[in-house]
Design a binder for this molecule. Structure first.
Ligand code: KMH
Ligand code: ZN
Length: 275
């Protein structure tokens, strides 16, 4: 099987330090958490940033600092969020794309998100895709429900996104597609030939969905953005969550990709060419 890409979703926007003391919030903490996740087997760091009060932010300068802190320490692929937090405007959310990170998320539809609405109307989706193309940023399609795959394919048909395509199925958000094997197989079925995919299970679904992703030849996203617990009642660190996936993959005879291998699988240029 192809080497496994583990994405570490280190921060997120919905979790706070009150929920867990292990959440990285400052640029230095995000840099340190990314380096530890890389050491444990992650090849992509999916990041959000926080302001001084720990609130979710999409501030370009904060992203610049976080990216610098990560790069000081390691070669992990840096993927910024353009989802931000529920309620943010498109302008706010797009800020980190202008820093030309290697990757950014692109959600291709609106979805209820617990008590809020994660708003992604067609005009915004097109705008996000075009900005990413303009700045040379590879999108990761963030799929919270089945219809979003069709919208992603439409962007490709129009030429606003070009391959190779990468999808992340976020499963188990209240309001989105439930986490489960049948739903995952259905999502995989919708993908254009040659696409790569990863799966992120929310909360207690993180572990079983990771195991399915490994076994089915896909890739896996874990981290505190999606799940706070190692097991019931026991808070996790990002490193522990990544290391567990690495161990399961190893038991299943699936090698874990280092960042340069992940770049090659995803069709990204080598870091040496970027630097
Ligand atoms: N915080 C969610 C509303 C992304 O990073 O692109 C959206 C999100 C997805 O986290
Ligand atoms: Zn995110």
């Amino acid at each position: 099987m192809n080497p496994l890409i583990i994405t570490a979703a280190l921060v997120g926007a919905e979790v706070s330090r009150e929920d867990t003391p292990h959440l990285p919030v400052t640029p230095e903490e995000i840099g340190e958490s990314a380096a530890q996740a890389r050491e444990a087997g992650a090849s992509i760091a999916h990041i959000h940033v926080r302001d001084k009060a720990g609130r979710p932010s999409q501030d370009r300068e904060l992203y610049r600092q976080a990216i610098r802190e990560i790069r000081k320490r390691c070669d992990i692929i840096i993927q910024v969020s353009t989802g931000g937090a529920v309620g943010m405007t498109a302008e706010e959310r797009l800020q980190p794309v202008t820093l030309q990170p290697e990757m950014a998320t692109l959600t291709t539809g609106t979805v209820n998100f617990a008590d809020g609405v994660f708003y992604n109307p067609p005009g915004d989706i097109r705008r996000f895709a075009k900005e990413m193309r303009h700045y040379g940023v590879k999108p990761e399609f963030e799929i919270f429900d089945v219809g979003m795959v069709g919208t992603a394919k439409h962007l490709v048909e129009k030429g606003w996104v070009t391959g190779p395509l990468h999808f992340d199925f976020v499963m188990g958000v209240p309001g989105g597609i439930p986490a489960g094997g049948k739903h995952l197989l259905h999502l995989i079925d919708q993908l254009p030939e040659g696409s790569t995919w990863s799966v992120a299970g929310i909360g207690r679904y993180q572990l079983p969905m990771s195991a399915l992703g490994i076994a089915l030849g896909g890739h896996v996203r874990v981290g505190l953005e999606d799940n706070l617990y190692y097991r019931k009642g026991e808070l996790a660190t990002n490193t522990q969550l990544v290391a567990r996936v690495q161990r399961i993959a190893s038991e299943l005879e699936r090698k874990t990709a280092v960042p340069e291998e992940a770049r090659s699988i995803l069709g990204l240029p080598s870091l040496k060419e970027v630097r």
